[in-house]
Design a protein around this ligand. Structure first.
Ligand code: FAD
Ligand code: SIN
Length: 520
């Protein structure tokens, strides 16, 4: 079937939903979610959203902290406007019905996280993302111009390529919509759109241990790369220092950095504090430093985790601010008021992605990207904690305003052909997909994790090539399913991470190579 929609929004997390709400008064919006609506990284966010509200904090301090974490690769102009506009965007979230915790005096109860010089993280207990997702979902469901399509998986962007016109990385190209799997008919529908926004989130499932939900398979980045659009900075993968240690459980449960902001202390497997050896800010140093320190301690002691000690924090504070973490640990026999919490680093956030300008536009005409899938210049080589929800609302707002100015002048490309699946058969051997996924995770976690080297990257690329060839072969012969597409996408993302890591001949931010010792 062929459908038309003024705005095609791929992704129903904070980035997709806040964009959808801003353009919906002007035209029809189709909002895609590849699973149920709630299953997003947004829903899982714990710590909160960073923003400046009260003195002694200031925009300038938040700008400096962001630039400091980003290790000199941030775009200063982007950092400045994101932080300055962020205060207004957070107020909009509040106006839309999002609740953030307040103190008895009525002021917001702002928290502190690693790399922040002030308390500036708006939060709702330790379930901030779920609260934001709840408030946005309510608004989106109530808007008459927004059609929500759950369990609809976008496969590929539609460009001139689908009209038989050759395109290249350097040629001009346009996005005319996307091909999408219809879960009822199991056929592929054509969605023609005037404007397309990619807000498909991150790619944590490239790695074995990740805090990301299963939807994070890098679909947006892979779609844009295949459509010959620009993608950058994929080597900067952020590992969160403290995921709950529970082997083979996916996703790994996050122990928010806000807990360290409230005084939690990292300890090695013997119960000794160690962060003073690595950074003056100790447990509250930026994430790259803390994750590398934990990785080093684990390697030196041969342990598969370290500990977080919160026993000295008042029980009332733990229960009122971190009820989700308290319950999660208690259900696993750990009383955090008395016991250490076992933790390890886990793949958490993709700092690079689809390259966009300050209005969220990619170099493919009429294509925008926002949220974790995008590379805006805000994060540089390492994201400051709680800056991603902020980035998503600021860039979705900017992209929406830009798209609203353009949409009337764009026509649907009605001559686009429908998907052709002639000659393909259903792949009935799921093992071919699941085993490849496991092998990929192993390669990436062993060779392309927190600490890299030229030799490790080469080894990873050599092994990935075999998985790539086998999977492309399977894809060409198979009827398209979500599973085969996700595998193909995640292999594509792994390739980009390795390739960009190989090209970066230095250690910077999240990319740390034994062959290039860090410079000051
Ligand atoms: P998501 O919220 O991940 O939404 C992606 C959407 O895209 C989903 O609806 C999905 O179904 C859809 N989608 C994906 N692929 C396709 C496809 N092919 N077809 C159709 N739909 C598709 N950041 C902070 O700033 N503060 C925090 O406290 C914080 N805590 C975090 C805690 C955890 C455990 C995790 C995992 C992340 C955390 N982050 C935090 C990061 C932050 O949550 C994410 O970066 C942010 O929510 C991403 O939002 P998004 O809208 O870009 O993507
Ligand atoms: C956390 O709560 O520690 C996660 C914050 C983030 O990823 O920004």
């Amino acid at each position: 079937m062929k459908y038309t929609t003024d705005f095609l929004v791929m992704g129903a997390g904070i980035a997709g939903m806040s964009f959808a709400l801003k353009v919906a008064d002007k035209g029809s919006v189709t909002l895609l979610s590849k699973s149920e609506l709630y299953l997003t990284a947004t829903h899982y966010a714990q710590g909160g959203i960073a923003g400046v509200m009260y003195r002694p904090d200031s925009w300038q301090k938040h700008i400096e902290d962001t630039m400091d974490a980003g290790a000199g690769l941030n775009n200063e102009k982007v950092v400045r406007f994101t932080i300055e506009e962020g205060t207004e965007r957070i107020q909009e979230l509040i106006d839309l019905g999002t609740h953030f915790d307040k103190k008895e005096n009525g002021e917001f109860d702002l928290a502190r996280e690693g790399g922040h010089s002030e308390k500036r993280v708006f939060h709702f207990k330790d379930q901030t993302g779920a609260e934001i997702q709840r408030a946005l979902t309510k608004q989106v469901k109530a808007h008459p111009n927004i059609t929500i399509l759950e369990n609809h998986f976008a496969i590929d962007l539609i460009t001139e390529h689908h009209l038989g016109i050759e395109i290249s990385r350097n040629s001009e190209k346009t996005c005319f919509g996307a091909y999408v799997v219809n879960p009822k008919t199991e056929k592929i529908d054509t969605y023609l759109a005037k404007i397309t926004l990619i807000a498909t989130g991150g790619s944590g499932n490239v790695y074995h241990t990740t805090t990301n939900p299963e939807i994070a398979t890098g679909d947006g980045v892979a779609m844009v790369y295949r459509a010959k659009g620009s993608v950058e900075h994929m080597e900067f993968v952020q590992f969160h220092p403290t995921a709950f240690f529970e082997p083979d459980v996916k996703p790994a449960f996050l122990i928010t950095e806000a807990l360290r902001g409230a005084g939690a202390i990292l300890k090695d497997i013997d119960g000794n504090e160690f962060m003073q050896k690595y950074d003056d800010r100790k447990s509250l140093a930026p994430r790259d430093i803390v994750a590398r320190a934990i990785d080093n301690e684990m390697k030196m002691k041969g342990s598969d985790h370290v500990y977080l000690d919160v026993r000295h924090i008042d029980k009332e504070t733990l229960l009122s601010h971190f009820p989700n973490i308290y319950d999660h640990c208690m259900e696993r026999g750990i009383d955090i008021t008395k016991d250490f919490i076992p933790v390890l680093p886990a793949a958490h956030y993709q700092c690079g992605g689809i390259k966009v300008n300050e209005f969220g536009q990619n170099n493919i005409t009429n294509l925008y990207a926002s949220g974790e899938v995008s590379s805006t210049g805000l994060h540089g080589a390492n994201r400051l904690a709680s800056n991603s929800l902020l980035e998503a609302v600021v860039f979705s707002h900017r992209a929406a305003n830009n798209a609203l100015e353009k949409v009337d002048a764009i026509d649907f490309k009605n001559e686009i052909p429908e998907w052709d699946d002639e000659g393909t058969v259903l792949n009935e051997e799921m093992i071919l997909i699941t085993q490849t996924q496991k092998e990929l995770n192993q390669i990436m976690s062993s060779y392309v994790g927190i600490v890299r080297s030229n030799l490790r990257l080469k080894r990873a690329l050599d092994r990935l090539e075999i998985l790539y060839r086998e999977t492309e072969d399977l894809y060409k012969k198979s009827i398209v399913t979500q599973e085969i597409c996700e595998l193909r996408n995640i292999i594509n993302v792994a390739y980009l991470i390795i390739k960009m890591a190989k090209n970066r001949k230095e250690s910077r931010g999240l990319h740390y190579s034994l062959d290039y010792p860090p410079q000051d």
